[in-house]
Write a protein that binds this ligand. Sequence first.
Ligand code: ZN
Ligand code: ZN
Length: 208
Amino acid sequence: MVPTKPTRTTNPRIEPLVPDGRTDSRAARARSEPMAVVPLGDGRYDVVVGAGTAYTVALPEGTCTCPDYQYRETRCKHLRRVAIEITDRRVPAPDERDADCAACGERVFVDAETPDPVYCDDCTLDAGTLVRDRERGDVLVVVDTLQKRARAVDVGDHTVATHPSNEGYDPDDVVVEAVYPVRDATPERLRERGVRTYAFPRGRLERV
Ligand SMILES: [Zn+2]
Ligand SMILES: [Zn+2]
């Protein structure tokens, strides 16, 4: 899961990608004409060209419902526009879906198979990040953010999700492993202390 940040397409704005260069080729018009691309899922996209007028592009089949494609079977400007907007990360690719970051609400594109909740790059806790435990107020250091969900990670007789201290957190949250900071940490001192790693649902930790 490598989320990237697209621009927002809710309430689509029908706009050109570049100023009108007064050129006639389909490739140029795909960029210069005002259109809005609305992903429908399964590789299908509506291309809105004006109030109440939209054509549907099916990427897997490489088809469009516009007259240019229907009568000339050419790679029309709508097919081209969808390809451009996917390349520019303005809309999700056919194997992706869009989702809201569970921490900040930012819109991200993720693999279509990735379940909610998802986190944007900024809200993914990398190793070394200082975080605060919302339950106890303690500050910890992140060791790793797992791809696994709280309901799928065991801690003793419980999973992270069913552990009593994690009541009320999303059982589908990703699991973050963290340690309590050790003063003047050296490899020897860490070994001596037998530093223990704790597993938290992501929602329980906030960046310090
Ligand atoms: Zn078309
Ligand atoms: Zn975020």
